[in-house]
Design a protein around this ligand. Sequence first.
Ligand SMILES: [Zn+2]
Length: 296
Amino acid sequence: MNKFLIDRLPDHQEETLLSEIRRVADLIDSEFITISEFDQHARISASGLGQRFGSWSKALQKAGLSHRFCRPTKYFSDEELIEKLQQIATQTCKPYVTKTEFSEHTGIDTTSFLRRFGSWRAALEKAGLQQTPGGKRYTYEECMENLLKVWTHLGRPPEYLEMKALPSTVGPKAYITRWKSWNKALHAFVDKVNSDEPDDPLVSESVKPDTIQAISQKTKSRNSDVDKREIKLGLRYRVLKRDNFKCVLCGRSPAMTPGLELHVDHIRPFSKGGKTVEENLRSTCFACNIGKGASI
Ligand SMILES: [Zn+2]
């Protein structure tokens, strides 16, 4: 439904999005604008706006409406807050609720949860929910995959605070725990990209299309990465960057189109002998990718 509504906006320029927020804000009687109220009236989803501007609260802030974001916890009883936690868990189909999700769904400030329940953990426990994976130690691969996702979403290296908002699912603290600083985490990502260089030195040279065949033949006898369906993170990054973090078929980018996800796929399908080399890979969005049908 949201997808249909999105199409009714004349464009996705920042000013258009901001005036849409203001238009909807005028329609809503209540002092605070929750995501669900917003979505009932708007031609673009609040979560899409959250992605575009970093978070729902930032979107409101940018529209000059930050005073309509958070209702202080004091307006609600303990029971109401616990009930809201459970509702969100049901809506999001997750066994836990993060503070960000809570305030974005309810428009309720979470800072005084600490005073009320002792901690966010305690509130979740009281609601019969699991703990957020925030305290979890993410694996190296999870950290790198998440960073690639956010980098692709923005089309540039993310800032520390941007790791707190969707599409990031691993918070910035996890990076600090592992790498000590955000800058070092970014360096680790670049090292990872470089270490995923193709293992055949011939392939890493700038290859002309007519030489791919030869290289493919050459590497066939070895069980090298070009013969594996899996596309290593470094190679995916290089393809996305080469394609300017845009879908090569429709030209849309996650940076300009809220909710859009880019994937790297094989041009000549792997199942039909396509190699996992940069020249046979491209960035596509989900819609264009499935439009490809059986050729995946
Ligand atoms: Zn596309």
